[in-house]
Design a protein around this ligand. Sequence first.
Ligand code: ADP
Ligand code: MG
Length: 174
Amino acid sequence: MALPLYLIGARGCGKTTIGEALAEASGYAFTDTDRHLQQATGRSVAEIVAAEGWEGFRRRETASLKAVTAASSVIATGGGMVLAAENRQFMREHGRVIYLQARADVLASRLEAYPIQDQRPTLTGRPVADEMVEVLASREALYRETAHYIVNAMQTPERVVSEIMALLCLARAG
Ligand code: ADP
Ligand code: MG
């Protein structure tokens, strides 16, 4: 792949799951900006937010986005990556951006089914279903304006991966 491929969307839409499967299918390297941030700082997202607030976390997130872009092809981003205009512009200029789109109720049921995997503090402290409605209401427009492509992420992971590969004319590895 000549250009990095950025996966964007709300928590639970499948950025990590789809990113790993897409990298496997295409043979391209995969990175998760949240994981990079944790490895670079030695702290979890929750710990960074507790110590430095969301503002500190967002600053570090922008640095992670730039660092992984140099080394990766398939990049899963944090759900809030699109909040900063700088990040939106950077992703559009440096690669192709795919929005993994799913309804709030689907996102909420995924996160409720696997709470252990969800290491992020909630943004509001309220029930996850309410929070997803609110998060999408405030971010959906940003996801859409940042994306070159919008993919239905409520299909099976296999179908989501196939659709992305078809959109980008990617060949299967092996
Ligand atoms: P993100 O990285 O966007 O927060 P994850 O990849 O961690 O999302 O996925 C969140 C949860 O939803 C995981 O338990 C994952 O197995 C599940 N999941 C992701 N994509 C799908 C899908 N297309 N269909 C069903 N479950 C999915
Ligand atoms: Mg993830």
